[in-house]
Design a protein around this ligand. Structure first.
Ligand code: EPU
Length: 422
């Protein structure tokens, strides 16, 4: 298992480019199953989550190749077994979004129930409710979701809201299944995240008839068949937001390319409110910060609210603010694995249920810390860049799941990160 040795404090300065979106790429890769033939996903990042999803597709019978251009070709001409195996799905929860496409393509599907993960209990009841509304028969058997649609799926009016708002991958699953259902489906309380809009846009290039894209009400007129896609994925807004936080936490200045500010309005608004400059630029933005940020409150919400996937990174920023802040997590109430590790680096944090109260300190101090999940690990990297001394982060495979070669991209703008293999 690799570790990072990070020397701080540093001031980041220069240009950095955001990669294609991981969370948009994964459901789009699943969409390749809807249309027999060869689809091409352009701009997908080289990440372990993408490799695991490729394995899942290969395991069901697709041929997946990374072309020399970096594009991912998925040949879904033959689906051998409509089964998402436990050994693969347990490694990446997003594997669940193969369920809808397999079900309509093959008339039946068996996908392992994803387990819990470091960010808490993550049920799939809403996914199943939506697919049942389309006419699928679903039962649970030996840890697998066993779904049957041999009599075909039919359009329906479906409410997809849950106790924590909409569901991103649940919307992806039901949306993909509905494209090939008979008749019209209306999804109410659909996730509005840009990754879902990107999936819907890709599905429309395949011949689907989806309207209301980007809104909480999606209308899908079922079609008889779809054709393979050649589609370029959107930039990763969470990676962009992480780089913004990195610029601010190191009191630096980063020119961030391939960044759609429109996908990050809540984040940009928060940064500006606490004293960070965000200037729009032709290909993205310039983010700069010269002193301590002001304290604030952050509540995570479904899009267009502040994203849960940036909660940990912004907590680092607030740990160094001039005063007391509060972060309330409304999507995954237990997503606070980074709190104890940041406290080891001299951050002053107190967890109260699904909130964390943060008393800003003047400096963070390096310590050995452990990465626990993807975004918590990104937060530890940011903390290490700002902290005094050498921080050693173990289990960095978590960060490799979502940030491609992060050290090779941050070092040219002033970071001092060394990757060591155990
Ligand atoms: N929920 C239910 N029932 C369901 C589905 C979800 O109660 O059937 C709850 C969840 O437990 C959670 C809330 O609804 O409290 C939202 O979960 P959602 O289904 O939207 O999450 P997801 O689709 O499983 C995606 C991203 C996550 C991101 C969340 C929220 C991918 C591959 N994953 O997960 O990304 O945090 O949406 O925006 O798109 C990450 O990239 O680090 C990551 C965890």
């Amino acid at each position: 298992m690799d570790v990072f040795r990070i020397e701080g404090p540093v001031r980041l300065s220069g240009s950095i480019t955001v990669n294609g979106s991981k969370n948009a790429s994964l459901p789009i890769m699943a969409a390749a199953v809807l249309a027999p033939g060869k689809s091409l996903l352009k701009g997908a990042p080289q990440l372990s989550d993408i490799s695991v999803f490729s394995q899942l597709l290969e395991d069901i019978g697709c041929k997946v190749t990374r072309e020399s251009t970096g594009d991912i070709a998925i040949d879904s001409t033959a689906i051998g077994k409509p089964v998402g195996e436990y050994d693969i799905v347990r490694r990446m929860r997003a594997g669940i979004c193969i369920l809808g496409p397999l079900l309509v393509r093959c008339g039946k599907a068996e996908v392992s129930m994803p387990g819990g993960c470091a960010i808490g209990y993550r049920p799939v009841d809403i996914h199943l409710r939506g697919l049942r509304e389309l006419g699928a028969q679903i039962r649970l058997e030996n840890g697998y979701i066993v779904a049957d649609a041999t009599r075909g799926l039919r359009g329906s009016e479906i409410f997809l809201g849950g106790p924590f708002g909409s569901t991103v991958l649940g919307t992806a699953n039901v949306l993909m299944a509905a494209t090939l259902a008979k008749g019209t489906t209306v999804i109410e309380s659909a996730a509005c995240e840009p990754e879902i809009a990107d999936l819907a846009n890709c599905l429309n290039t395949m011949g689907a008839k989806i309207t209301g894209i980007g809104s909480p009400r999606l209308t899908i007129e079922g079609v008889k068949e779809l054709k393979p896609f050649a589609y370029e994925v959107i930039p990763d807004r969470i990676e962009a937001g992480t780089f913004m936080a990195a610029a601010a936490v190191t009191k630096g200045c980063l020119h961030i390319h391939n960044c759609r500010l429109g996908d990050l309005m809540a984040v940009v608004d928060k940064l500006r409110n606490i004293g960070v400059t965000v200037e729009p630029e032709k290909t993205g933005c310039i983010v700069a910060c010269s002193g301590s940020v002001s304290p604030t409150d952050i509540t995570t919400q479904p899009y267009p609210g502040f994203p849960t996937d940036l909660q940990a990174q912004f907590m680092v920023l607030l740990a160094l603010a001039a005063g007391n802040s509060i972060v309330i997590e409304k999507i995954f109430p237990d997503r606070f694995m980074h709190v104890a590790e940041l406290a080891r680096m001299a951050a002053n944090l107190r967890k109260e249920g699904s909130a964390v109260i943060i008393s800003g300190v003047k400096k963070l101090i390096a310590a050995p810390v452990m990465a626990s999940d993807l975004r918590a690990s990104a937060a530890l990297v940011l903390a290490a860049l700002a902290a005094e001394g050498e921080t050693i982060i173990s289990r960095v495979y978590h960060i490799d799941r979502g940030y491609e070669k992060i050290e090779q991209r941050l070092n040219p703008v002033g970071a001092k990160i060394i990757r060591e293999s155990d």
